[in-house]
Every structure is written in structure tokens, then in C-alpha cells.
Design a binder for this molecule. Structure first.
Ligand SMILES: NC(=O)c1ccc[n+]([C@@H]2O[C@H](COP(=O)([O-])OP(=O)(O)OC[C@H]3O[C@@H](n4cnc5c(N)ncnc54)[C@H](O)[C@@H]3O)[C@@H](O)[C@H]2O)c1
Length: 316
């Protein structure tokens, strides 16, 4: 039923722009909001009705009103940066989220799908981690845990259909190589392609559950139409994890290189391992399809294409 209008906050970001592409391709009308504080306007498909707005502003209300379904993805999204700014983190990630929820409520929109994070599990030792383990430690995770509590309360109090998504480590094209601490995969690929040594935090034994953005989008599509997701929260991971050194080895295999890693001190607030229990997401008919090797080959192609455009030399 593609005759719906879908609103995406954070549409110029990594996950938001990939979702916009997929929805446009599937025939949905897409309206997007982003303040471009971290997002890239060129990533927003031209078919999207784009509004440069801050999610904390009341100006989002008339824009949200156009939608049948809301995806709320905009957030401050760096654990390390949020750790030095608890007030700013709460302002955007909690008050901004509440403003989006209120705009949806005022417009009578029932279904709001919003980004939580697997960072909510950073204090747990239970692996794989089910959705019931709720142990946020950092300010970023606390902001996402607060969104969860508000989200579920909007479902209970106002009859809305709230869906919380706990992404594990999402990767794929447009994963941002420009930020101060780029995600591990793009950090490695860029550094090796530029002839340098890939920087490994700690001893490289940190294990992460990586999920490809196309698999995440399969779940997003399901969230628009499914009767089984309302007022629930879902882990979106692969249910497998890999150490940083295993990811590096896979990347070197694809690139045909043997670059010596540079071991650097680990930033604080980083969990040792994550691994999702994905029973809940599977129970509504979803399954991840893209293996690490296939996903990394696509990411390498993306980084090479950015480099050919001259974007990466500029960003370094
Ligand atoms: N990428 C991951 O692996 C991952 C993992 C767990 C959770 N998440 C969550 O998923 C969501 C999307 O993540 P992403 O990787 O695409 O992040 P991203 O940083 O690429 O995108 C976030 C977007 O939000 C926008 N934004 C930030 N503050 C805003 C504001 N005040 N008003 C309007 N727009 C604003 C930014 O400009 C950016 O385009 C976020 O909520 C993030 O916390 C992502």
C-alpha cells in the first residue's frame, strides 16, 4: 500500500537517507526533516519534500501533519560526543523526540516508529541480549532509554502505535566517514585506501553485531504495514558478532591488502561486546539476509566511489 505519506526525521543522515531511497523506490510519498547538523543534503533523494528544521522547533507541527506514518530517526548519535554534553544530549534526544511525538499526537497520526539503540544494553553481561535487559550507562544510552519509556507511555495513554527500534551496529553505503570518530568499517577502508595504517581501538578484541542498512530497511517496511509491531520494541541485529580484528581481516581480504594496524587507546564509555537476541524481530516475519562479506564489498565500493568524486581526500 504505497499510497501513504511517510515522514522521516533525520532524513539527511545515514539510515534516514537510505530509508528515503527505499520508500521512494517503493512508491511512497516521502517528507523529510533534518537540520543538517550532521546530515548531508545531497544524500536526500530529489523526490523527497525536504524541510530544513530542528526537531525541537514547533515549526515541525504543520510538516508532520502531512504524514500517515512517522519515522523519527534524528538524534545526536555519537556516544563519545554525548558523554561531554549531557544537557545538549537530553535537549535533542529527549525533548526533540517528545516534540516529534507531540506533533504526531496533535495530527492524529497513529503509528510512530522511532530509533532507540542497543546502547541501552551497555551495562549488561547477557549475550545475546533480549529487549528486556535495560541497562543504559552513558548519557546517549540514557537519552534513548528515556525515549523508550516515553514512547511506550504514548502508546498506553493516547492509543498510538509506537514502535521502538534498537539498532545494533548498522553499516552500509553513506555510513559517515566525515565525523571526528568515523564508524570502524569506514575508518579502516578509508585509511587503507589512502595508504595509511588502520587505527584499531584497544587490542581489537571488541565484538560487535553488525547489521546491513538494507536488512534494517526490510524491517522498516514491515513496520509501516504490520499489525504485529505496535507498542513493541525490537532488536535489529544479525544475531552474530565479530571482533574488530576479524572485520579488519575481512576488509583486507576484499581490498587485497595487508596493512599493519595502528593500535590506539580506546575512548571511554565503549561496551566490550554486543550481540542481539533477534527472536522478537524474527517472530514478526523478518530475517537478516546480508552476510558480512557481501555487505563489506558494497561498503568498499561506496567508499571508492566517494574517493573518485574527491570527497574523501577533502574530508581527511
Ligand atoms: N547507525 C547506527 O548504527 C545506529 C545504532 C543505534 C541507534 N541509531 C540511531 O538511529 C538514528 C539514525 O542514526 P544514523 O546513523 O542515521 O545517524 P546520523 O547522524 O547519520 O543521522 C541523524 C540525522 O539527524 C539529524 N539531526 C540531528 N539533530 C537534529 C535536530 N535537532 N533536528 C533535526 N535533525 C537533526 C542530523 O543532521 C543527521 O542527519 C539515530 O537516532 C541514532 O541514534 C543508529
Amino acid at each position: 500500500m504505497a499510497n501513504k505519506t511517510i515522514l522521516i526525521t533525520g532524513v539527511a543522515g545515514f539510515i534516514g537517507s537510505n530509508l528515503a531511497d527505499r520508500l521512494v523506490r517503493d512508491g511512497y510519498k516521502v517528507v523529510g526533516i533534518d537540520d543538517l547538523s550532521a546530515g548531508i543534503l545531497e544524500q536526500v533523494p530529489k523526490e523527497v519534500e525536504f524541510h530544513k528544521l530542528d526537531i525541537r522547533s514547533k515549526d515541525i507541527f504543520p510538516v508532520v501533519k502531512e504524514a500517515d506514518v512517522v519515522f523519527h530517526l534524528a538524534a545526536l548519535n555519537s556516544v563519545v560526543m554525548c558523554q561531554s554534553d549531557p544537557y545538549g544530549t537530553a535537549d535533542v534526544n529527549v525533548m526533540g523526540t517528545l516534540n516529534v511525538f507531540e506533533a504526531a499526537r496533535a495530527a492524529g497520526i497513529k503509528r510512530v516508529i522511532y530509533a532507540e539503540s542497543s546502547a541501552i544494553y551497555e551495562g549488561t553481561k547477557t549475550l545475546p541480549t533480549p529487549e528486556t535487559d535495560f541497562m543504559p550507562q552513558t548519557f546517549y544510552a540514557i537519552s534513548k532509554a528515556t525515549d523508550h519509556l516515553f514512547g511506550m507511555a504514548y502508546g498506553r495513554e493516547f492509543g498510538m502505535e509506537m514502535v521502538g527500534l534498537r539498532y545494533l551496529n548498522v553499516y552500509g553505503p553513506r555510513q559517515d566517514y566525515r565525523r571526528a570518530i568515523p564508524p570502524v568499517m569506514t575508518r579502516f577502508i578509508v585509511r587503507i585506501l589512502l595508504g595509511g595504517r588502520p587505527p584499531v581501538f584497544g587490542d581489537g578484541s571488541l565484538r560487535r553485531d553488525y547489521i546491513h542498512v538494507d536488512d534494517v530497511n526490510d524491517f522498516h517496511l514491515l513496520c509501516i504495514e504490520s499489525g504485529k509491531v505496535a507498542n513493541r520494541v525490537f532488536n535489529l541485529g544479525c544475531g552474530k558478532n565479530y571482533s574488530v580484528l576479524e572485520v579488519l581481516a575481512e576488509i583486507q581480504k576484499i581490498l587485497g591488502t595487508n596493512a599493519e594496524p595502528e593500535f590506539v587507546p580506546e575512548p571511554s564509555g565503549i561496551a566490550e561486546a554486543n550481540l542481539a537476541d533477534i527472536t522478537a524481530a524474527k517472530s514478526v516475519g523478518w530475517e537478516p539476509k546480508i552476510g558480512l562479506g557481501e555487505g563489506l564489498r558494497g561498503l568498499v565500493d561506496y567508499v571508492k566511489a566517494e574517493m573518485a568524486k574527491g570527497n574523501i581526500a577533502r574530508a581527511q
